[in-house]
Design a binder for this molecule. Sequence first.
Ligand SMILES: NC(=O)C1=CN([C@@H]2O[C@H](COP(=O)(O)OP(=O)(O)OC[C@H]3O[C@@H](n4cnc5c(N)ncnc54)[C@H](OP(=O)(O)O)[C@@H]3O)[C@@H](O)[C@H]2O)C=CC1
Ligand SMILES: O=C([O-])CC(=O)C(=O)O
Length: 265
Amino acid sequence: MRVLIIGRGPIARYVAARLGERAETSVAAFLVRPGTAGEAASLALGDVAPVVESREAVDGVDVVADCAGGAGLVAHGAGCLARGDVVVTLSAAALADPLLEARLREAAAAGGGRLRIAAGAIGAVDALAAAAVGGLDMVRYTGVKPPAGWRGSPAESVLDLDRLAGPAVHFEGSAREAARRYPKNANVAATIALAGVGFEATAVRLVADPAATANTHRLEAEGAFGRLDACFAARPLPDNPRSSALAAMSMVRALTDRTAAIRVV
Ligand SMILES: NC(=O)C1=CN([C@@H]2O[C@H](COP(=O)(O)OP(=O)(O)OC[C@H]3O[C@@H](n4cnc5c(N)ncnc54)[C@H](OP(=O)(O)O)[C@@H]3O)[C@@H](O)[C@H]2O)C=CC1
Ligand SMILES: O=C([O-])CC(=O)C(=O)O
């Protein structure tokens, strides 16, 4: 299976390394932003895969792995879907934009491509999606990070992050509003929304906690199936404290699952 990887950041590098360890998978190329190919190529020391600036530059791609954040999906998602590619993405938050979602749906309908959202930094979304079949009454996501994890976000205008005495909520609202206001921290909330009851009905609470030692993602749901309460204490990727290692691992799993004879869905 030849994988075209969009991006050349920490998650892309992790995914490429794991794919390179398996005989049945390889990286077809890294797709980077126009004008950054030279720099990206120098970062790719030791890689056997070329660095390209357009999808058209690579033949024989079995699946596209979008590891570039929302900008990568905006730039390449519709084009790949329109030519029939299967695209696996971690950029769920980008789908909170109804215009982008419509563009991706139209491209998939026209070209036969398919967009698949990897579970990312959270799990139990398979159970949530199954529970949605029977009907869900409540879905709530609570994201807790140490104060440093919220720097550069709207939390800074709500809280004094340097002087917190205890856990403090700085956002409560829908997953759509969370994605709009916290685009760099809303992929998990958006993934839950897409698996369960959608962007408007998914309740999101974001918390800064000076005692927190990890980023914690909690998913709660109630419905005809019963009750779900799952909590993930995420360890970051060594070369990007903002991204959970599980997100990169889940991309590898989503890709390698495609060729498995037997797999858990
Ligand atoms: N679903 C989930 O649970 C999670 C999702 N994520 C998502 O994964 C993304 C990647 O994370 P990570 O690797 O750690 O870090 P970065 O966000 O730092 O890496 C992004 C990479 O994508 C590249 N890039 C940006 N825009 C484009 C574009 N238009 N075309 C091609 N490449 C592009 C950047 O290159 P350059 O800037 O040099 O051009 C960089 O190499 C995050 O942005 C986030 O959206 C992360 C964690 C959890
Ligand atoms: O990796 C994480 O901790 C989660 C994350 O960035 C996001 O939800 O966008």
